[in-house]
Ligand binder design. Structure first.
Ligand code: HEM
Length: 156
């Protein structure tokens, strides 16, 4: 179960990144071209919201019961969470940055429902999604990251 959840959590990163890139592209071009906001724009933002929320739920499960689950792993003798690179990353840095990103994605999606001019909708959503993308990119355990690096695809 834990391995399946971890694989799903890892794979969903790609779905979220692709959807977020499309959302950013749509928000940017909509803003620059001053075009009307469409149901298609709303749909792609909604999918980005849904998949990021699904990964949030799986992330909370990992945080509690995964390989580094708070309920399963003890902090090694003589160390603290903040002095242990792996625990600091998976218990603090990764969840905090990802939650910030998901809050921004949620705010970006909510712009689709705001009664403001379409240009403003696109502009605000663009910045919210863009900062969310940066937060996700810096807090993914990419393979090149020392100690906390994880594979690009599950089981690699
Ligand atoms: C957009 C949101 C997120 C993305 C894209 C993401 C991505 C990832 C990736 C790529 C891994 C490495 C998986 C592997 O070892 O193959 C990982 C691990 C992990 N993530 Fe996330 N994550 C997200 C949100 C969260 C959140 C919100 C939490 C906690 C509340 C969380 C907790 C964890 C934990 C604890 C691990 C380590 C799991 C283990 O090795 O057992 N993640 N995440």
């Amino acid at each position: 179960m834990a391995t399946g959840m971890l694989h799903l959590h890892s794979l969903l990163r790609w779905v979220i990144l692709i959807l977020l890139l499309i959302s950013i592209f749509k928000a940017y071009t909509g803003w620059q071209q001053k075009r009307a906001f469409t149901a298609g724009d709303r749909k792609i933002w909604l999918f980005t919201l849904i998949f990021s929320h699904v990964n949030l739920l799986i992330g909370i499960y990992q945080l509690l019961l995964g390989n580094y689950g708070i309920l399963k792993v003890d902090v090694p003798e003589g160390e603290s969470v903040m002095s242990n690179k792996v625990l600091r990353f998976f218990w603090v840095e990764h969840p905090v940055f990802m939650i910030i990103a998901i809050v921004l994605i949620t705010a970006g999606y909510k712009m689709s429902k705001k009664a403001v001019a379409d240009e403003l909708k696109f502009k605000r959503a663009f910045w919210l999604f863009f900062v969310a993308l940066l937060a996700i990119l810096v807090s993914i355990p990419w393979p090149f990251r020392e100690v906390i690096g994880r594979p690009l695809f599950p089981g690699m």
